[in-house]
Design a protein around this ligand. Structure first.
Ligand SMILES: [Zn+2]
Length: 347
């Protein structure tokens, strides 16, 4: 039995650090274990140009202690992007790539793309500069069931993008279904990130008979047992097409009250690498954790692999139910429960 893991320091290829007070509270949970994070650009005013990206990057850096930490920011694609600025941002490394949020698909996506044809000029630039397109892959329409949004996005939109831009590298983010994961495996130039929560809970945990657990409500919504099994299988296989992206997405407790419209998002960064380790252990695949957490991601993004290491030991500890500071209270994923792996911070 393995009781100690020494892995190359991970990166998180999809996380929400938010802004303002929330940023100052949550950023330390990501920097404690990661060397780099792709920080999502869906702020109240989305990051749609280089000026906003530079400002956001400096806000993130001033919220943290670790000097070596690198925040990477994708450009938030809109129907009418400044293409010259976008190209400059990619060339100068201000943008790591670009993020496609279909209109109204999740938190702050009301600036999102209404029709994918509108972003074809931007996708052409991405393809030309060999930069990745990151996708929130859900098609939202009244006639589409919430559990089928990923499938419809793949069939109706992603196939069009791939046909038009065959060389474009795509990350299907937070893959949530067997259908989506199979699609990633079966096609070239596409990879996927997988969250801990999509490998730990199913829709039965979220939707009770008469109520919903607001803290487990996220987009894309968690699905069925068969989907969870497929995601575990692919993540734990070590296949280079899948890598770590927590989609840790904090909301204050007040945005999770059942009496209001509940904001989607699960806050997992206080225990994310620990939960991944537990999942890989359950699947008898601890030897593949490092590929998933620290190797497959940088390879797909054409970045160097980290040099530092991170150590985890098999030791039970209890995570606080909430992350609290004076003004904000956030429910921790697995908060109040026993966690089976522990990060060794100093030796
Ligand atoms: Zn997200």
């Amino acid at each position: 039995m393995m009781n100690r893991l020494n892995i190359i320091k991970p990166d998180d290829w999809h996380v929400h650090l938010r802004e303002g007070k929330m940023l100052n509270i949550v950023s330390k949970f990501s920097t404690r274990i990661n060397n780099r994070c792709i920080v999502m650009p869906n702020l109240t005013i989305p990051i749609t140009n280089t000026e906003l990206a530079k400002k956001y990057k400096s806000q993130i850096l001033s919220s943290i202690q670790e000097e070596s930490f690198i925040p990477l920011i994708p450009c938030y694609l809109t129907d009418n992007l400044d293409l010259k600025d976008f190209r400059d941002g990619l060339i100068n490394g201000i943008f790591i790539g670009a993020k496609l949020y279909p209109l109204n698909s999740t938190t702050n996506s009301d600036y999102g793309v209404s029709n994918i044809e509108k972003i074809f000029p931007a996708l052409e630039i991405l393809e030309e500069h060999n930069k990745n397109l990151l996708i929130h892959g859900e098609k939202v329409a009244e006639i589409i069931d919430i559990f089928d949004r990923e499938k419809y996005f793949i069939d109706d939109e992603l196939t069009i993008i791939r046909k038009k831009f065959p060389k474009l590298n795509i990350v299907l983010e937070h893959v949530s279904s067997k259908y989506g994961a199979d699609f990633v495996i079966e096609n070239n130039n596409i990879a996927g990130t997988i969250t801990p929560h999509h490998m730990l809970i199913t829709k039965k945990d979220v939707f009770g008979e008469n109520e919903i657990d607001p803290n487990l409500f996220c987009m894309p919504v968690v699905k069925e047992e068969k989907d969870l099994i497929a995601l575990r299988k692919y993540a734990c296989s070590g296949n280079s097409k899948f890598f770590l992206g927590t989609d840790s997405a904090p909301h204050p407790d007040t945005d999770k009250e059942p009496s209001k419209s509940i904001k989607p998002g699960i806050f997992s960064s206080p225990c994310s690498i620990e939960l991944y380790a537990e999942i890989f252990e359950q699947e008898n695949s601890l030897q593949n954790l490092e590929k998933f957490s620290s190797i497959n991601g940088p390879k797909f993004y054409n970045l160097s692999i980290n040099k530092d290491k991170l150590t985890l030991i098999k030791e039970n500890w209890k995570l606080d139910k909430f992350t609290v500071n004076n003004e904000i209270k956030i429910k921790n994923f697995f908060g109040g429960e026993e966690i089976k792996w522990k990060v060794v911070l100093q030796e």
